[in-house]
Structure formats: structure tokens, C-alpha cells
Design a protein around this ligand. Structure first.
Ligand code: AMP
Ligand code: MG
Length: 411
């Protein structure tokens, strides 16, 4: 058996980010920038008002209340006024409209009273120069660095890029990830189960985990335990995807042809990781037939809970790395929680990942966990109920009140 750290390092070494593409801004949410972005435009591009009101000369309203002559209206989208605002004058102005020449402050409409004929306005309060004016460039100046390379793009970043006139940029590609199930016992079409058959659940789970993590899932179907079918499914998957996830056929069974085929066509390492569940793991690369690049292949164990835990510990971090995420940004959030009940385990030289229900307890200001149910690697009820994996170090049972490291599966 090798340690979780060693297995993980091996996986990450085969997932170095490399595939960069140009993408329109609207397709970039969650992707990682492959280049720094410098503003080519200044924002705001012109001085404008942050309030609806009147553009005035501050010196004119020092002795408020005063009455000013209204010389026009400036709306958002207008270039300005025909003539400057002179002494004793004011212009009606709407939020976002440019400050007309001559004016140096804005009085909000709530502090004014327009005359019945609209010719004059009474300003009830003095304002300082610059009042409610948003100067040109008080957000971004052309030439400013707006985003560093390696930024994970949020809605706010996309808005910032749009505001400086960027319409597309260079990012790390969102990987297209193929998923295939293997096993003669599996049924995936809803038909009644025959003797010895079970339903294919892993493919559903893995495709959903990929979608949830922001990747492009590709359903490569269910493949029989037959060397030729497995080879052609794997080859086609490698040629059409950026990464591959298989489940089943990587343990010690006699009909594990995934292993036979991957060994022949790829550069794979077969690992026994000191964790429970998800001890067996295969990882390596298979070159595309056109030799353009080696596709990372994750051979996950077949047991349904194992395949999910293995996805969390190896696949998700590996795929995040492949998409340009920094080494310290590959995991789900990890918090320390208090066990509300004993989390039973046996000492066996492995780290256990228990499926737990986790919540934040407002009374104590701490996360607390309890078992989500029966912990067998085939038992999906607890996996489905779990919102976290509790990391139980090798040793005796974690007792009520003990601290435990918890990987949050949901926000
Ligand atoms: P294997 O690694 O192929 O020996 O499979 C280990 C266990 O996982 C066996 O009980 C399989 O029946 C089960 N299994 C394998 N693939 C799937 C799948 N796609 N969905 C549900 N169970 C599976
Ligand atoms: Mg099998």
C-alpha cells in the first residue's frame, strides 16, 4: 500500500495544465485565465453623476437656499449640453449622464424644488465641489492590470472584463471528460434484473460529479467484460476526450480486462492506496492515436461509494489541476468539526473517509458531524445522505467530542 499523499502526487504529476484556448467571455465562467489582462480602456470613461439631480457650480450654492436658472437636461447616453453651465445656472441631470462643462458638483433631486414653470430650481443645501461626481478612471485606468494569469473567473471578474471592453480571452480549456462503466453484471436500461445482475449506478454518479465540478461530461456507455470491446471503447474515448474516467475492473478480479487493456495501450500505474473506501486506483496516460497528447486516465474502483470517494480524492483535484487551478486550490473546503457521536472504525493502517452529515452549529460556532448511515463501500444510502467526508486517521474510533477533519461536499 502507498500513502494517500504519494498516490495524489502521482496523479497530479500526470495532470499538468497545458491546453490553452481562446474563448468568448460568456463561455469563461469558472475557467482559469492563461494570460494576464491589462485594461485598454478607462472606467468610467468620462466624469458622470452618481445621482439624479442638478449639475451646479459649488460656489453658487454656498449660501443655500438659492435659486438657479435651469438651462437644460442631460440624460445617460448624451454627450453633454450645447453650452457650459454658467454662474447662477444649473442643468437637470440623470444618473450616469456626463457632467456638463462648467458644473463641478451635483445636488441630489431630493434637496431641490423645481419652479412651477420649470425655469428655475431652488437648491436647499450647499454642496462641496465634486459632490456625487464619479471622475473618469476612478475604477480602472487604461494600462491597469485587471486580472493576473491563473485567476479563476467569477461572475464579478467577467463583469470587470466586460466593463473594460474585453470580449474574449485565453483560458485553460474546460476538459471534456469521458466516463465508461465496465462489468457483465451491469444493466443500464431499466429492464428487469436477471440472475446476478445489478444496475449501473456509477456512470450516473460520475457524469453528475463532472458536471457539478464544471467539466464537460461525455457518456461513453456501458462496456462488457470483453477485451476487444474494452479496447475499442477506451481508444475511442481517448481520441475524443481530454481525460477519461472508468469504473470497475481495476481490482484483483479474474475478468478485469480494463487492467489488461490499459496496461497494453497506456502508461499506467496500479496502486493500492492506504485509504478506505477506494483502496485500488489506476492512473496513467494513454496517447491519442494521432500522437497529439497523452490523455490522463483515471481507473476508479467499481464499488459505488469507492468510485465517488476516489473521484473526490484523485479525479476532481487532478482535473482541476489540468484546468489550470493552483496546487493549493484543488480540494473541496476542509474544516475541523466536532463528532456528535462516536465515528466507529477499526485500526487497519488506513485512513478512513466516513460519510457524514455535517452542519454548522450556531450555538457553539463549530461544525458538527454524525454518521450518515451504514458505511459499506456498496451502500449508497449513506453516500447520498452525506454532505461531507470525515477523515478518520488510522487508530481507534473517533469519540463524541473529538475533533475531526472534514471535507465538505456541499457549500
Ligand atoms: P470490480 O472493480 O469490477 O470488481 O467491481 C467491484 C464491485 O463494484 C462489484 O460489486 C461490481 O458489481 C460493482 N460495480 C462495478 N461497476 C459498477 C457500476 N458501474 N455501478 C454499480 N456497481 C458497480
Ligand atoms: Mg467488474
Amino acid at each position: 500500500m502507498i500513502s494517500l499523499t504519494e498516490a495524489r502526487q502521482y496523479v497530479l504529476s500526470g495532470c499538468e495544465p497545458w491546453h490553452q484556448v481562446e474563448r468568448p467571455l460568456a463561455m469563461c465562467l469558472g475557467l482559469v485565465t492563461a494570460e494576464a489582462v491589462t485594461a485598454r480602456e478607462t472606467v468610467p470613461p468620462f466624469a458622470n453623476t452618481g445621482m439624479d439631480g442638478y449639475a451646479v457650480r459649488a460656489a453658487d450654492v454656498v449660501d443655500a437656499p438659492v435659486s438657479l436658472e435651469v438651462v437644460g437636461t442631460v440624460r445617460a447616453g448624451m454627450s453633454g449640453l450645447d453650452s457650459p453651465v454658467g454662474p447662477g445656472q444649473a442643468a437637470r441631470i440623470m444618473t450616469g449622464a456626463p457632467i456638463p462643462p462648467g458644473a463641478d458638483a451635483v445636488v441630489m433631486v431630493e434637496l431641490t424644488e423645481i419652479s412651477a414653470d420649470g425655469a428655475t430650481v431652488e437648491v436647499r443645501q450647499a454642496v462641496v465641489e465634486g459632490n456625487h461626481i464619479r471622475p473618469a478612471g476612478d475604477d480602472v485606468v487604461a494600462g491597469d492590470l485587471v486580472l493576473a494569469a491563473g485567476t479563476v473567473l467569477t461572475p464579478g471578474h467577467l463583469g470587470l472584463l466586460a466593463t473594460v471592453g474585453v470580449t474574449g480571452l485565453r483560458v485553460f480549456k474546460r476538459p471534456k471528460v469521458g466516463v465508461l462503466s465496465t462489468g457483465d453484471e451491469l444493466v443500464d436500461d431499466g429492464s428487469p434484473l436477471g440472475p446476478g445482475q445489478i444496475r449501473d449506478s456509477n456512470r450516473m454518479t460520475l457524469l453528475a460529479l463532472l458536471a457539478e465540478s464544471g467539466y464537460e461530461p461525455v457518456d461513453l456507455g456501458l462496456v462488457r467484460d470483453d477485451e476487444q470491446s474494452i479496447e475499442s471503447a477506451l481508444r475511442n474515448g481517448v481520441d475524443s476526450c481530454d481525460a477519461l474516467v472508468t469504473s470497475g475492473g481495476v481490482s484483483m478480479g479474474d475478468f478485469d480486462y480494463v487492467k489488461v487493456v490499459l496496461d497494453r495501450i497506456g502508461d499506467m500505474r496500479w496502486m493500492q492506496v492506504a485509504i478506505k473506501p477506494a483502496k485500488p486506483l489506476a492512473f496513467g496516460t494513454v496517447w491519442r492515436r494521432d500522437r497529439t497528447f497523452g490523455v490522463p486516465v483515471f481507473g476508479l474502483p467499481g464499488n459505488p461509494v469507492s468510485s465517488m470517494v476516489s473521484f473526490e480524492l484523485f479525479c476532481r483535484p487532478g482535473l482541476r489541476r489540468l484546468s489550470g487551478h493552483a496546487l493549493d486550490d484543488l480540494d473541496r473546503p476542509i474544516v475541523t468539526a466536532i463528532a456528535e457521536e462516536p465515528l466507529k472504525r477499526r485500526q487497519d493502517g488506513k485512513t478512513h473517509f466516513a460519510r457524514v452529515e455535517c452542519r454548522f452549529d450556531d450555538a457553539t460556532d463549530r461544525y458538527v458531524v454524525r454518521s450518515a448511515g451504514a458505511q459499506g463501500s456498496h451502500q449508497m444510502m449513506a453516500m447520498a445522505a452525506a454532505d461531507a467526508l470525515a477523515e478518520l486517521p488510522d487508530g481507534p474510533t473517533v469519540e463524541t467530542g473529538d475533533e475531526v477533519r472534514v471535507h465538505l461536499l456541499r457549500p
